[in-house]
Design a protein around this ligand. Structure first.
Ligand code: KG4
Ligand code: ZN
Length: 351
């Protein structure tokens, strides 16, 4: 029988706990923090306070919904970073105390690796193929945008990343310019459904290699809107759907352009993969922005044209969740890769 692992995720504004049985999710409970909406973004001090309020009931609910007793848990895994330090400390302190009290191993998990490992969560009712190593994963969230060569569960190399804003930030900041609430990504996605994606054109970055930049796009949207509002104060209201569709299409085009380049470069053996003939065919997306319908569609279409196998995580495991932490914990558990009570959280990406 695979072990039960408790996963705890508190890196940003979601307090989440999950129990997995190997790679199968037995429960995944998330308390979203509504408080940040009125501030138009995450307020770190309020986030850590809300984690303190939520952590005990969320973990109790996760264990209850998994229908197990807490002494059946084989280990506890927690997000060590990257993220907001005050938020991370709530989850890591709880995990450390829990491991001590229950006399079970403690496992540290990197949040960005966990987003990628969410692909290995299995649903017995809905069996899907899993990506095979090595594969390429575009990890797109509110804090990161990375093209990662995934050689093995914990052998990952970042081939390119954003030099300024993350893709999720590009969505959220564009939404803010349009007067939409935080987080803007899912709202832009919804409004874009009825809009014309080629109606408006915004500047594309010209960044070398496999890196990204999104700050120029934000500025171009800001100036365009400012000029149009001068001519017609109702410009946003009258064109909201087309604006959302055009912004979304631009972000997706930028993301897919470099992803395609990355797969081609790997095929051209710049990143030699021993025993693999350098042919990457499995290409995945992960992180909050991988919930975006246009990005999902673009990946499937490109995969069709290029002969890739496309992998998109199940919708509920795209944005922050503890199931991805728990499954990453399970893979570390198999290796006996445990951490000490002295583990220190980190705010910035380690790789
Ligand atoms: O992975 P995540 O939940 O948290 C971080 O690790 O940052 O990602 C959150 C980001 C936010 O910027 C949010 O706007 C974006 O993911 N997001 C979306 C969609 N759903 C979430 N962006 C575009 N379309 C969506 N459907
Ligand atoms: Zn995340």
């Amino acid at each position: 029988m695979p072990p039960f692992i408790l996963g705890i995720e508190t890196s940003c504004d979601d307090t989440s706990a999950s129990v997995v049985e190997g790679t199968i999710v037995r429960s995944n409970v998330t308390a979203n923090q509504e408080i940040h909406k009125e501030f138009g973004g995450v307020v770190p001090e309020l986030a850590s306070r809300a984690h303190q309020q939520n952590i005990v009931p969320v973990i109790e609910a996760a264990i209850r919904r998994a229908n197990i007793r807490k002494n059946q848990l084989a280990a506890v895994a927690f997000t060590q970073g990257p993220g907001l330090l005050g938020s991370l400390l709530v989850g890591s302190s709880f995990a450390k105390s829990f491991a001590l009290a229950m006399e079970i191993p403690l496992i540290e998990v990197d949040h960005m690796q966990a987003h990628i490992l969410a692909h290995f969560l299995e649903d017995p009712q809905n069996q899907r193929p899993l990506p095979s190593f090595p594969f390429v994963c575009l990890t797109v969230s509110g804090g990161h945008t990375q093209i990662v060569l995934v050689r093995d569960y914990f052998d990952m190399e970042v081939l390119g990343q954003t030099i300024d804003d993350a893709a999720g930030e590009a969505f959220d900041k564009s939404a803010k310019i349009l007067g939409l609430p935080y987080p803007g990504g899912p709202i832009i996605d919804k409004l874009a459904a009825g809009g014309d994606p080629v109606r408006f054109s915004f500047s594309r970055p010209n960044i070398p290699a496999l890196d990204y930049s999104f700050s120029g796009l934000k500025t171009s949207i800001l100036y365009f809107i400012r000029d149009e509002l001068k001519k017609d104060p109702a410009f946003i209201e009258e064109n909201k759907r087309d604006l959302c569709a055009s912004i979304q299409a631009t972000i997706v085009e930028i993301l897919m352009g470099k992803l395609k380049l990355a797969v081609e470069e790997i095929r051209d053996t710049r990143y030699a993969i021993p025993d693999h003939g350098s042919r990457i065919v499995d290409v995945a997306i992960a992180g909050g922005v991988s919930a975006n319908s246009a990005l999902r569609k673009a990946l499937l279409e490109t995969a069709d044209k290029e002969g890739w196998n496309a992998f998109i995580p199940q919708f509920e495991y795209t944005t922050d969740n503890a199931a991805m932490i728990a499954v990453a914990g399970y893979f570390k558990f198999l290796k006996g890769d445990f951490t000490k009570q002295s583990a220190i959280s980190y705010a910035r990406s380690r790789w």
